[in-house]
Structures are given as C-alpha cells and as structure tokens.
Design a protein around this ligand. Structure first.
Ligand SMILES: [Zn+2]
Length: 347
C-alpha cells in the first residue's frame, strides 16, 4: 500500500472515530493518538526522506491536507460535545418562574414588648423620661429606701432570689424611684419618669403568678403635686389604653412607700360596666397600685417633704396583656411557643 493510500485509510478511519466520540475525554484521546507527535501522520511525514524528490512534495502536501482536515473535524466535534454538555446543564438547572416562592417566616415583637412600648409612648407624650433600672439591686435600694427596713413584715410578700445577704434581683421597679430622686436637680424642672422592666419573686408559678414578670414604675415629684394629679394622669393612661369611655376609681390600700396608697380600678372595657367574665361581674377591673410618695421616701433621697410632694404608681403590663387579649395563663408569655406568640404579630 502506498503512503498516499495509507493516509487515505487513516483519514477515513479517524473520521469515523471522531464522529463516534461520545464525550470530550474520548475525543481528546483520539486527537492525541492521531495528530500527536507519536501519531501516524507525524510518522508518515518522518518517512518522507525515503521518497523520491518528485513524490516528496505531493505526499507532504497530502499529509498536511489530511492533518488539517482531521484537526478541523476534531474542533467541530468538540464544539458539538461542549454544546451538548451545556444544554444538559441548562435543562437540569431550569427555573420554573411560575412556581410559588418559598415562605420566609417573618418575626414580630413580643406581645409584652408591644404593651411596654405602647405605655412608654403615652407617657413620653406627657413629658416623662423613660429610665432603665438595674435588675440586680442592693437590699438598700430595693427595700430600705422604699421604707421597708430589714424587719418589715411586708418584705415577706416580696421574697426573692438573693445573690448575697445584701444583693438580690429586684422584687419591684420601685428602687428606680430612689436612684432617680437622689440624682434629680430640681432647678432644671420637675421629675417625671417611668421605668419599665423585669422583676423577680420567689413565687410558685401558676396561671396568674410567674417568678418573673414585668412592672412599669411611674414617678412624678415637684412642688404642689396632689392626689388629683395622680388621678388625672392615670385616667388619661387608662383611656388611651382601654378606650375614651373608661372611668377609674381609687380604693384605699397600703404600700410602705406611699401614703396615702390606693388600688386603682378601671371600668370594664369589655362590658362597659354591666358585668362580664373579664370583670368578674363587678364592672371594674383592678389594674394598678399607686399613691403619694411617702415623706420618708422623699427624705431618704434628700428631698424636703415640706417643700416637695409626688405620686408614684406601678402597673403590670403582663396583666394588661392578659386582660386585653383574654389570655388566662401568664406563663404563656414566657414559654415562647410560636403558635401563641404569632397571634400578636400586629401589622
Ligand atoms: Zn366586664
């Protein structure tokens, strides 16, 4: 067989192999075997030295022609295979834009946070400052400065968690009163503040008691502050929270740090006073404790009770939330069950 015939056979056989190549790796292998330095075409070109001077250029030109032909065939096949790989990937990764999107759960503020902020807004609107108190407090501020000396029987109702003999986690937000009063400069105006936060008692947890709950302390001290100011202020708060028709009533009570002290009831927002399960058929709902700041509490904070007077109140936002939303177990607020909390997501 002449060199030219050999080249012709090689061209046909290789062409078939290239066409049959199923993937890029196989194609590359064919290319290296046929067109590489150790391939048959290079071998033919090397063997040309044995040919006559007349034949040499013809065979050489033919060999080059075949090499170019096969190189082009490999390139064409390569493009074809690459396109097939691309088409397959595109088909597999196709996005169906008509499918519904994945739901991303959006959180919301805790129902108690919402109530706290609502009450803060009411008082900020009346010129009150919002003060943050300490959750870890000393016996001195938590009890003694609130007129509860060491042997005072009212301490029993406020047993709590002690860190040491003199350090505890606060049982009420009232110690903030002492801390604010002793620092207040009355030459810059009256003292008006509220202080929301967590308080802690050694209560056995049940539907209406939790060892941790919230209070919002309120305090106003100035010259000529009277019980009428207290009543008016609380009335505004209750009307903003429970509706413009709400009335309040004050009942005598006792707290060591106020004198006189009152329990404050609000007319039932559900039945309007006719009687229902929310107000236990009395028409009134017990909502907070308040009173005029005890003269001794003022004195202990360096304020002259002959010159200044003030009122204080404490409201439980947990109870407000329970009343407003008909929640009958305070523990629901602290269990973080999303099924419960998501009902209060708001807008
Ligand atoms: Zn009622």
């Amino acid at each position: 067989m002449s060199l030219k015939d050999k080249l012709e056979v090689l061209k046909n056989e290789t062409s078939k192999k290239i066409q049959a190549a199923a993937d890029l790796a196989t194609l590359n292998q064919i290319r290296v075997e046929t067109l590489g330095k150790k391939g048959p075409i290079t071998e033919v070109l090397r063997g040309m030295k044995d040919l006559s001077a007349e034949e040499r250029p013809k065979v050489g030109a033919f060999a080059n022609e075949i090499r170019d032909y096969l190189t082009a065939a490999v390139e064409t096949k390569k493009t074809e295979l690459e396109q097939a790989v691309m088409d397959k990937a595109l088909a597999e990764e196709a996005i169906d834009v008509t499918l519904p999107g994945r739901q991303v759960p959006v959180g919301g503020r805790h129902v108690l946070t919402q109530i706290l902020e609502e009450i803060e807004d009411i008082f900020v609107g009346m010129g009150y400052q919002v003060i943050e108190g300490n959750e870890v407090e000393s016996d001195h501020y938590n009890f003694e400065r609130m007129n509860l000396p060491k042997d005072h029987p009212a301490r029993d109702m406020q047993d709590t968690f002690y860190i040491s003999e003199e350090t505890l986690i606060r049982t009420h937000t009232s110690p903030v009163q002492a801390r604010v009063m002793e620092k207040h400069d009355f030459s810059k105006g009256p003292l008006r503040m509220i202080s929301p936060g967590k308080v802690f008692r050694r209560d056995t947890d049940d539907a209406t008691h939790s060892h941790q709950f919230h209070q919002i302390e309120g305090l106003v001290v100035d010259k000529n502050v009277t019980m009428a100011d207290l009543k008016g202020t609380l009335e505004v708060m209750m009307q903003k929270m429970f509706g413009a028709d709400r009335k309040i009533r004050l009942r005598p009570s006792y707290f060591p740090f106020t004198e006189p002290s009152v329990e404050v009831d609000v007319s039932c927002f559900k039945c309007g006073g006719a009687g229902c399960n929310v107000c236990k058929y009395t028409g009134w709902i017990e909502i907070l404790g308040a009173g005029m700041v005890h003269p001794d509490v003022l004195s202990m904070s360096g304020i002259d009770p002959e010159e200044y007077s003030g009122f204080a109140f404490g409201i439980g936002p947990d109870r407000v939330a329970m009343l407003r939303y008909g929640v009958n177990d305070i523990r629901s607020f602290y269990q973080n069950d999303v099924r419960f909390l998501s009902q209060f997501k708001g807008e």
